[in-house]
Design a protein around this ligand. Structure first.
Ligand SMILES: [Zn+2]
Length: 374
């Protein structure tokens, strides 16, 4: 992560660069703002810039020993603190126990939120915390001499998730900071941080990303067509995570639509061999996506049925889906709609029970042959 990888936020970048070049880096900064605006990317780019031994006017060099370590987030003087879920199984109770997951996760896409991280830890629906024990880890690391002779930087992601014991120890460190240490607190809910901690940090508010910047990145880095990128950027409202989620949803939706259309065509034409190939294609998708796909099929059947009733204001379909519905809808009628929905629920149940997916989907396609003719 370099400053140049941070989307937009030019004003803040300038301010951070100036601080470093004028040698007045605050020992504790609170980088706060809403989700998806690039707080972590900024913190990492800033830490890299501070540590770089050959920094340029606008960014780190990328080749000095410090930068090389930053490429893998393995700089010995840069520590990450983040919420975790204690796991009894692997005896994971401090951030370092998760560091092998954390590094590739952050490197892969520094625009993430707590849900993404919970997913990465396989801990959906759990409460993630920065536990009391973490403060001992922080103390231990800061008591060591800096290995490179430069600053020791601790980046705390979501300090609002700190256990009070940990927060109080952090406060002590902020009150009497060891020499050449920097704390970067990256927060989405500063109002939940101890006021005594807040008062010892210099606050920096990161605003929503400019729409044009998101638009440009979507086109250049993600190959999105200008017409789409503009509307995605607009809907994202300055939140790049939201923009990424929209792209992902669009792709998934398109795939599901294609699969649905080809299944209906194949079943109608009784192309058994192709239907078998179709089932094999769906069978490799993974159970969660198969369930999502079956959910999508149910929605499409329902929408097409309503389409027949000419209740246009009740229809929620994309343009592509509506074009298909104009031809397909007559095949979904009061004689077969319940039957199709029942088959889809049964398929969903079987997928949940780990029945062989190839068989479940092939079986469903065979039943559609009969149902579509009713
Ligand atoms: Zn460098």
């Amino acid at each position: 992560m370099f400053f140049r990888d941070v989307i937009g936020q030019e004003e803040i970048k300038q301010r951070l660069i100036l601080e470093v070049n004028e040698g007045r880096i605050p020992h504790a900064q609170l980088i706060c703002g809403p989700e998806g605006v690039g707080k972590m990317p900024l913190a990492i780019a800033y830490a890299r810039y501070i540590s770089c031994t050959n920094r340029g006017e606008t960014d780190a060099c990328g080749t000095c020993p410090s930068c090389v370590k930053f490429n893998k987030l393995v700089h010995p003087d840069v520590h990450f603190v983040f919420p975790i879920v204690k796991s009894a199984k692997g005896k994971r109770e401090v951030c370092d126990d998760y560091i092998a997951d954390w590094r590739p996760f952050v490197l892969n896409n520094p625009y993430f939120n707590l849900n993404h991280w919970l997913n990465e830890m396989d801990a959906e629906n759990s409460q993630a915390l920065i536990y009391a024990k973490e403060s001992d880890e922080i103390m231990k690391k800061l008591s060591l001499k800096s290995s490179e002779g430069g600053f020791k930087i601790t980046i705390v992601w979501l300090p609002e998730k700190m256990h009070p014991v940990c927060a109080n120890k952090l406060l002590k460190l902020l009150e009497e900071p060891p020499e050449k240490t920097i704390f970067l607190l990256v927060s989405e809910a500063p109002e939940m941080i101890l006021p005594t901690i807040l008062s010892r940090t210099q606050r920096m508010n990161v605003r929503r990303i400019d729409e044009n910047n998101i638009d440009r990145v979507l086109q250049t880095k993600y190959g999105i067509q200008p017409a789409d990128s503009l509307s995605i950027a607009h809907l994202a409202n300055g939140n790049f995570i939201k923009a990424l989620e929209t792209i992902h949803l669009n792709e998934e939706n398109q795939l599901f639509f294609d699969l649905f259309v080809s299944l209906m065509r194949l079943s109608y034409q009784r192309k058994i061999r192709e239907m078998k190939m179709w089932s094999e294609q769906v069978a490799v998708m993974g159970r969660e996506r198969q369930k999502n796909f079956l959910g999508y099929c149910q929605r499409m059947i329902r929408e097409n049925f309503i389409y027949n009733l000419h209740q246009r204001d009740l229809i929620y379909m994309t343009i592509n889906e509506q074009n298909f519905a104009s031809r397909f809808a007559p095949f979904v009628n009061e004689r077969n709609v319940m039957g199709i929905m029942d088959e889809l629920s049964e398929a969903q149940l079987h997928i949940e029970q780990n029945v062989n997916a190839k068989m479940v989907f092939f079986d469903f396609s065979l039943k559609m042959i009969v149902l579509l003719k009713q």
